[in-house]
Ligand binder design. Sequence first.
Ligand SMILES: [Zn+2]
Length: 465
Amino acid sequence: MTHSVLAPWARIEGQWQKNVLLSWDEHGRLTDIHANYQSVPGSSLHQLPGAVLPGMPNLHSHAFQSAMSGLAEYRGQAQDSFWSWRDLMYRFALKLRPEHIQAIAHWLYIQMLKAGYTSVCEFHYVHHQPDGQAYTPQHTLAAAVVQASQDAGIGLSFLPVLYQYSDFGAQPPRQDQARFLNQPEALLELLLTLRQQYPEQAHRRYGVAPHSLRAVSPDSLRTMLTLMDEHFPHSPIHIHIAEQIAEVQASLNHHGQRPVQWLLDNASVDRRWCLVHATHMDEQETVQAAASGAVAGLCLSTEANLGDGFFPAPQYLEAGGAIGVGSDSHIAVDWRTELRLLEYGQRLLHRQRNVLCHPAQAHVADYLFDASIKGGAQASARPVHGLQIGQQADFMVLDLHDPILAGHKPETWLSALVFTERAGSQPIRDVYVAGQAVIQEGRHAQEDQAWQRYQHTLHELLQTT
Ligand SMILES: [Zn+2]
């Protein structure tokens, strides 16, 4: 059965088109897109109440971290850093039970949908009980997250994490990393079990995430990639690559190479890869990473929060590199904030305006939006490349009467969305995933129930922090 709607405006392959008929099949796959559509008088065709933007894929999430937002914003030692934040995050992770993880992920995914993120790549690394013992069944925590995504109705690329060591040179893991540890074979087992219980479909895909070059050895990385090639060919591979200067230095000390360079020289980095926090790259790494076809996974709000540094965006984009955005620690759950911070970082650094654009697209927000849909879809390895035939009917409907958008013409809608903030504004009205309306007038059907459970969870977790 085909469903059709008529949008007064829709962004099709980077262009605003008027009176667009969108049709999709029973699997939520777009089967027809027709601009300048003339509906017959008296037609019962459903008219969408605003302009339509493709849904944004969120390419990097650690769902549980959203419940610790705001807990680490005070000086605890002479010089706080990413590493002191990580200690707090580890302490927080030790308290999580399966029902906490499910409640947090469910609430978070509803928030993502409200923001117009229609799918998420979940980089999932809490696998075991606090002392490192496996749960029965082993995939209890992974299943909690996958179930939460299904309940919320968000598309998912699930990436269980391979974590083995505390630093370069296969340093033994710390006691507080016991929940994260796995061997490649055990991780494959977990993926196979999950795939049996939650099969791969257009809205769900599996891949793997070697945590970082700190946490895996060259041998285990190779083993994991070989196992994936056998059992999950063409699956996405995500890695935290060069977030911190200390990490770059440790890589230089151990391998004699910077992390991005080492990875490019020692793994077949291609379009399956997402290099999350490719923040610290020299000129050669920047050009080679861009040429590899991999996506740079940018999480600007988290990177700013953790004091990571500036991604060399102008050089990387100039070299034709692919980008996408993620909400990572969820200090913000909003692609508009990510795109704004991406541009603002460069403005502050270079003391210029309108840095990230292109001769063919002078509007920064439009350029970054289209690039992030494309790169986010590639990193998700799912058919979420925007409003094109054969892709999922994932989209958001903008309220053109919202104070942010009112009075604007189509050519500045995205600029207004990305660069303007107003109290009480809610420009994203409805959100569809695979043709299903999951957010209507800013609300999700499970919102009240999810909020009750989330509040209860927060109460349990935060009273002992
Ligand atoms: Zn991360």
